[in-house]
Write a new protein. Sequence first.
Lengths: 704, 335
Amino acid sequence: MNVIDLLRPIWRALPINIYWRQRIKHFVLNGPFAAFDPKQFAALDMPAWDGEWRVLLPPLDEPVDRLLVIDWKPPTPDLDSGSYRLRLILDLLLAAGHQVDFIGDREAEHPRYAEALRERGIRTVIGPSDALEHLGTHGHRYAQVWISRPEVAETYLAPVRALASQALVIYDTVDLHWVRFQRGAAFAADPTEGLARAERYRRLELANARAADRVIAITEDERARLLQEFPGLDVRVLPNIHAVAERAAGPETRRDLFFIGGFQHQPNVDAMQYFAAEILPLVRAELPDVKLRIVGSHMPDSVRALASPAIEAVGYVADVDPYFAQARVFVAPLRHGAGMKGKIGHSLSQGLPVVTTRIGAEGMGLRDGIEALIAEGPREFADAVIRLYQDEALWSQLSTAGLELIREHYSKAVVAGHLSSLLVPSRESSKAVGTEAPSFRPGPAASAKTSSATLPRSENDRRVLILGVYLPGITNHAATLSNDLLSSRDWEVDLHWASVGTHASEAQADSTLQALTRLHSRERVPKFVLLNRLLSELELDDYRYLMVVDDDIELPQGFLDQFLAIQEARDFTLAQPARTHDSFTDHHFVNQLMGVESRLTRFVEIGPLMSLRREGYQILLPFDEDAPMGWGLDFVWPVILEQHGLRLGIVDAAPIRHALRKPVSTYEYTQTESAMQAFLAKRPHLTLAEACIANQTYTMGGSA
Amino acid sequence: MNSSLLISAVLCTYNRASLLARALGALSAQTLGTEQFEVVLIDDGSSDETAQIVSVFASLLNLRYVRQPNSGLAAAKNHGICLSRAPIIVFLDDDDVLDSRALEQHWLSHQHDPRIETAVLGYTGLGHEPSRSPLMRYVMEVGCQLFYYSPLKDGQELDFTYFWGGRSSCKRALLLEHGVFDPVFRFGAEDIELAYRLRNAGLRVRYNAKAISTMIRTLSVDGFARRCELQGRSNWVFYQRHPNKLVRAWTQLEGAESEWDRIAAHYPRLLRSARKLDQLANARVEQGLACDPALTQLLHRAYAALFRASRIKGSVERMREDKSDDASPPGGSEP
């Protein structure tokens, strides 16, 4: 743990607010410490990244058209069949017009192998640190990246994904190592260790396959094996590639047995020891002059030690063609291994017939007695070798069929077709990959703003009395409100205003409003005293509803019809509309609930708009003038209404906006507050907490 | 008011029936008796089998279940507040599972500090499955885009920026007297915007590390990027509602517009890079393989860049929508 790690919790625990936190961070990073490595400041909550975009924003104007191949080393085609295959793949890519770069995790056995790539026009980078630097500067140019082998993919997948973000990543298994190791475990000195290794590789290879965009298997069998683990993988088959001889010399000029293989590959070592010890003696019992020639790179002492009058352990040779041309039978007594055996394909491509095992034959579609002889066990294997050696007709038939098989399935031309089908075409590859937006759950349409409930016009009893008080001397909405309320389709509205303070005729007042103003008081008389005066002159029982409005509210379109339809449908004796959230609020409880049509409550505010149905008149009217400005009535009325079994509620689907004046801006708060407490003390009432509970909500869309 | 009720658990859900079953299961196993708390479950317009799941728990809990048309998180929470009956409200998420003592711990904290303006923040850890996710570990423990618990001490007093939705409780009266959620916020910032207003009432948040819940959902890179974008959008609205330097700092809007202009064209690449590194890290976790420091560093850098870019994207896009729509007042609210 360094100093920075110690500082981190202290910094996070400092009792300063976020504004100062950001100021300090900015100062530290841009001020005297700007010269330090920004990574050191991870303590200031910027882990893994210093917030500097420069490193993450490669130029966008350069084409995304190159192809990168990554393998453990530059291919050494004369040393191992995997390299031979990769070299041919590189040739095919160049021939198809791709601009190819190559990263080798390490040097090959000799610098000439990297040189050979550069001579072909392949930009070649060797070693992990140069590779990372190269990806940092050129990663954005890659439309596709081909990564061979599990260990190489493990190292390079992350930097490729980070630095070549557009690339299609192809993971080439070469062969399924875990299958090979599993089979080899039985022949190893320590089978448990072998199985553990196989399991490690299984996990690694499956993780690589899951992390890549596309996976290359070398045979159909191995493709099926991968799909069995993860059916969703995009696995394509790309077999070994062989240059096919036009024709082969006949058996009469040929002699002896032949094997070729890279000996860093353990199954080849086993195969030769097994053949020398258990099969060759049986063959020589019948054919005493027959010898075995063993060729291959990295030949270990254990194989060299097999040298005898019957066995020639040659080792590495640069030109193997003469060996194929002179041998009579190719033997591949493989007891384990995986994938597709390059040596067998190589032999068939030269017209040299093969005797092998089932494991040796797998993945190539070889049929016993047609393209090759397939035998298990020393006796059977030796008999097959002897038979093929002696039967010239069988020899010629296998030679021809082998050449044909390779030509049809594993020749350059055929595999080139497979290869091009699994790559992004070289011409169109400059198009960017991955322009998709993040996927997310589509939300349903926003909350409905209005309920569809309306009242049938059939009833006769549809008169509404609306009483309002306004202050002509200050800005108010009384004129607009009048228009809105009088435009009801469903109700016959009688609207009466009282004005307070400046006389309407002295202020610049709307003529309609003046006509509706039935009462004026120059003196600041409490609202409910005025309302009682208005009421005393009216025959209230003619009206189904009495509505009281203030002059500083704004109504949604069609308010009255919608509001009363809901009050009617929910059987609320007393109701109020909810307030929009941008309103000034006395009680947050009455703020509009979105998605809710209305709620059965124990609280309806006395103003700025309330609505009382006829059965409530006797119980609640006239207004109790002891309540200052009506304050406190809201806590007394629910008790009275509930005693009579009547319902009260808030209508959310028709909310009003109350944003013109702050409440209590026109009268003295403290006085009114203490008067309210005195009023409440004498009457049964609810507390705020008791009142502000919805017994039931009725949501939009009908569920109750 | 039912005097035996100690606490109302407001739980909002949307199309997460299977997670909800686990959340309700945990509520059924609280140390508080079922008569001591109620569950107010607001279904914000689910179209899955939420209702069937709820019916299973109806007999096990004091449960009030209401379905509303999809209206967003703030609206759903307000609906829950409105229906709650107990003096304490704890806000829960449908992807969190409570420890059996969690409700009792929330209640004890309020007993200990009965002042109306004291709220309580509980602790949230990662469940078994999310804790295996490199992304979830990053957003919880490294980038702290989701939560930010590592510097907190049990019992510590915190400011309004810690009134985190889905794991905090407060007195019902605080909300009734000083404010509820603003439904303009369909996702993100609704909790801190309310807390910002409650600040005027003296809001303080007390951390109770023993009030434990466990996050059981594993988010995807795309899901989290989208979440950051929505958060960014809400941040802009929050600042429009309260244009001052404190909110500007919290919403991280400083320089957002010029930063977005610089990175907008790169956004698809940032997204793909983070997705693919996440896919790699998950593939390794799935196979029981470790993520080495090199991978972890690249992964975290990609996450950090994508989530920052997504947040900025949301803020700037929302800001430009507002500017191109002259008719709408700041914050886009309508009466």
